[in-house]
Design a protein around this ligand. Structure first.
Ligand SMILES: Cc1cc2nc3c(=O)[nH]c(=O)nc-3n(C[C@H](O)[C@H](O)[C@H](O)COP(=O)(O)O)c2cc1C
Length: 211
């Protein structure tokens, strides 16, 4: 059994460009080879609480110093990390909100990216503790990225690359759907780019022969 986890962040439900493309990719990966289970985590439909004081206290303690209360405070984080660890392939779909990621996705990241659990700090910097795996992100923007005045700052895609690499997921492949609020022609151009990109992702996600 192989597992794909689709984490989506758009508040726009079925109308979301990013979620629709993420879902199409998940279905295409699962259809390409037998034996897939797809798990969906819709962060807008079911938002996570932000890590609170109990989480922060427990997270700062060494694992062998944690009692039942601290383990309980980290239980949600453990479950979310477990979903990532169980996945052979990750799909992250998100809109750009105010030049960066929606807060619901940031909350998920704050539960998943934890010192001593998914990364460790070393004199050489942070080292990821998760096994790398194919990870695909679909980012949808209303406008264009790049230099002003035509473009806008992008604090989303560099952030995603940094934070996923921090936990060991360096094989992050990002597709940006730009100018999605600028008419049907732009949407059609993005759909054409999606087809090419998705075909390459499906090939990358396929298990190695004999695996
Ligand atoms: C709160 C909010 C903030 C947004 N900020 C930006 C932004 O900074 N840059 C941009 O290009 N589009 C911005 N947009 C537009 C969305 O990124 C755009 O509509 C995108 O295609 C939505 O993706 P979705 O269909 O997957 O939800 C914003 C939308 C919302 C609701």
């Amino acid at each position: 059994m192989r597992r794909l986890l689709h984490v989506s962040a758009s508040p726009r439900g079925a109308a979301s460009f990013s979620r629709t493309v993420g879902e199409e990719l998940a279905v295409a990966v699962a259809a390409a080879t037998p034996g897939w289970t797809v798990t969906r985590r819709d962060l807008s439909h079911a938002p996570l609480p932000h890590p609170g004081p109990d989480f922060a206290r427990a997270n700062a303690l060494a694992p062998d110093m944690r009692g039942p209360a601290e383990r309980e405070a980290l239980a949600r984080s453990e479950a979310l990390i477990g979903e990532v660890e169980a996945a052979d392939v990750l799909v992250i779909s998100t809109p750009m909100h105010n030049f960066t990621l929606p807060s619901v996705l940031k909350a998920w990241i704050d539960h998943v990216v934890r010192p001593g659990r998914t990364f460790r700090s070393t004199p050489a910097g942070k080292q990821g503790l998760l096994v790398d795996r194919p990870t695909f992100a679909i980012v949808s923007c209303g406008g264009r990225l790049g230099d002003a005045p035509a473009g806008q700052a992008d604090f989303l895609t560099p952030y995603l690359r940094t934070v996923f690499a921090t936990i060991g997921l360096s094989s992050l492949d990002i597709l940006c759907l730009e100018e999605m609020n600028r008419g049907q022609e732009k949407v059609a151009a993005a759909r054409a780019a999606v087809r090419v990109w998705s075909a390459a992702c499906v090939a990358r996600a396929a298990p190695a022969p004999g695996a």
